[in-house]
Design a protein around this ligand. Structure first.
Ligand SMILES: Cc1cc2nc3c(=O)[nH]c(=O)nc-3n(C[C@H](O)[C@H](O)[C@H](O)COP(=O)(O)OP(=O)(O)OC[C@H]3O[C@@H](n4cnc5c(N)ncnc54)[C@H](O)[C@@H]3O)c2cc1C
Length: 506
């Protein structure tokens, strides 16, 4: 079959888009100008929401087996632990993955490439996109590879080509934002003296912060932080400039340095994520501080969001305006993320009396008490794990009942394993309790699988309303929370968007 989609860029975003399109049986090509997967460990953490997506394509266990589960957070000040909590004691009813997974980006990319290969997909390395032109009915892409220049036509092009995206520039889309004054450092080292367990350690001190967590194997640690502002030339800082801080703050005696980089961090969001038949995803559309471990995970979230919408339109199983919801959902989230990471970052390491108060008083003296509140710890887990992401303003989010609204992620009901059916990557109706005859009729008439779950305590605790049909999208978000009074609206919604599951007979 002729490839319908071109994915330009085989970083995490492009590779995950490729995996989902493969599972959705959409023919595509994926190219990258490099000779193979990235060699730097860069993004280190995989969040629970990403693992939930991987579970949908039977890939979560492979990734988890290769990484280290970080089960808690420890806050440190002046070398001493001042607060800490475990994720599983607060998150095991929120996600099947109540932890943060440490896995270097290079290992992660190798696993993604191997998974694609096992499904018969080869990344076309050494192939650079040099030009793209949208002709309304299709996109013409021009490539440069070892065999010279060539071109091909595709229905859609997705630019997963990173922060310096050629696709974004070809579309003349601006990339507004700014650059932090502070210089970040990142280093992977072998250390002695550190008695950290499997936790994320956050250490605060005047003018800087350090994140420390285990990587790859026992004794190996990743440190991320800000080069102290008193350094005379921070962008040229070396590991030796950082060594004393690691010793004084974390009691880390470093034996061997695998990787050190000092770099400027930008925070930018592209003006649009779509123009005609061309889309942007991942770093091509948004970049921000690495401190929260959100960047790569957000790119992966973009990829999953776009994959099923492209597949639905290409298979004529949904109306093409559903593609507009990619930009409205993901651009809004990118703005929220960039603004919130910026606010948090500035409030902790920025100049002036406010951040100084945060470092000297709030963090060491007040935060330990605040973190004793279970509700605060759960809110932290929801935020960092990305399970809180929702799309209440999307054109395909409707209805509300109990605590649930259209656009929410389907809550995890641990005792019912209600995420298992999401492996179909297809539309489905869930009812927790009893489905009425009218609900059954809607499902039968449109060939939408209707899944019944008992209305157990965990479902109630998760805020799921009893007997209410929940229309679930292929990516596990709720499109429509219906009640007995809004069933007609649910039927009209399915008709308006011409939503047809993949199993629908033609
Ligand atoms: C030092 C550092 C530390 C980081 N730490 C973290 C972290 O802890 N947590 C986190 O979440 N994120 C972190 N990040 C960010 C994270 O690495 C990125 O968010 C992530 O790589 C984005 O993935 P992507 O696939 O969108 O883009 P990229 O990984 O940049 O991939 C883009 C791909 O497109 C290819 N390409 C570009 N142009 C073309 C073209 N014209 N034709 C063909 N191919 C092309 C490139 O070769 C590349 O392989 C870090 C980044 C850096 C630099």
């Amino acid at each position: 079959m002729r490839p319908q989609v071109l994915i330009s860029g085989a970083g995490p975003t492009g590779l995950v888009l490729a995996l989902f399109l493969r599972h959705l049986n959409i023919p595509f090509r994926i190219i990258d100008k490099l000779p193979g997967p990235g060699l730097a460990s860069r993004a280190m953490v995989i969040q629970a929401r990403t693992l939930e997506f991987y579970r949908q394509i039977n890939f979560a266990d492979t990734v988890i087996a290769a990484g280290i589960k970080m089960r808690g957070i420890r806050l440190r000040a002046s070398g001493k632990q001042i607060a800490g909590f475990q994720f599983d004691e607060i998150g095991d009813d929120l996600s099947p993955y109540p932890y943060v997974l440490s896995l270097p980006q290079d290992d992660h990319e190798h696993l993604l490439v191997a998974q694609l290969k096992s499904l018969g997909v080869e990344v076309e390395w050494n192939t650079e996109l040099t030009r793209c032109v949208d002709h309304a009915s299709h996109v013409t892409a021009t490539f440069h590879s070892k065999s010279g220049e060539s071109s091909a036509d595709f229905r859609y092009l997705v630019g997963c080509d990173g922060a310096h995206s050629l696709v974004r520039e070809s579309l003349n889309l601006s990339f507004p934002g700014g650059t932090y004054n502070e210089i970040f450092f990142v280093t992977d080292c072998e250390t002695q003296g550190l008695q950290f367990d499997d936790s994320v350690n956050i250490s605060l001190t005047k003018g800087t912060f350090i994140l420390a967590f285990p990587v790859r194997s026992k004794g190996s640690f990743r440190f991320i932080g800000v080069v102290p502002p008193e350094h005379e030339d921070p962008i040229h800082a070396t590991f030796e400039d950082i060594r004393p801080i690691l010793k004084s703050q974390l009691n880390a005696d470093v034996d061997k340095v695998h990787w050190f980089s000092a770099y400027r961090v930008h925070h930018r969001v592209a003006q649009n994520f779509r123009k005609g038949n061309i889309f942007l995803a991942g770093d091509a559309g948004h970049i921000h501080s690495p401190a929260g471990g959100q960047g790569m995970n957000t790119g992966i979230g973009d990829a999953v969001n776009l994959a099923w919408k492209l597949a639905a339109v290409l298979d004529r199983r949904a109306e093409s305006p559903i593609l507009d919801t990619y930009e409205s959902e993901r651009l809004a989230f990118a703005h929220t993320l960039v603004e919130s990471t910026d606010r948090i970052f500035q409030s902790v390491v920025g100049p002036g009396p406010g951040p100084a108060f945060v470092r000297a008083v709030l963090m060491p003296h007040i935060m330990p008490w605040v973190l004793k509140l279970r509700a605060v710890r759960r809110a932290q887990f929801r935020l960092v794990s990305q399970i809180r992401i929702h799309y209440p303003k999307s054109a395909i989010s409707h209805g509300h009942a109990g605590k649930l609204k259209g656009g929410d992620r389907l809550p995890w009901v641990s005792t019912q394993n209600n995420f298992a059916p999401l492996r179909s990557l297809d539309w489905q109706l869930h009812v927790y309790g009893t489905a009425s005859d009218n609900v059954r009729a809607i499902a039968d008439h449109r060939y939408i699988p209707l899944l019944h779950f008992k209305y157990v305590h965990a479902a109630r605790a998760a805020g799921i309303p009893k007997d209410a049909p929940l229309l679930i999208r292929p990516d596990g978000y709720i499109a429509f929370v219906a009640t007995s009074r809004t069933l007609d609206d649910l039927a009209a919604f399915l008709d308006r968007w011409k939503i047809a599951p993949r199993l629908t007979p033609r």
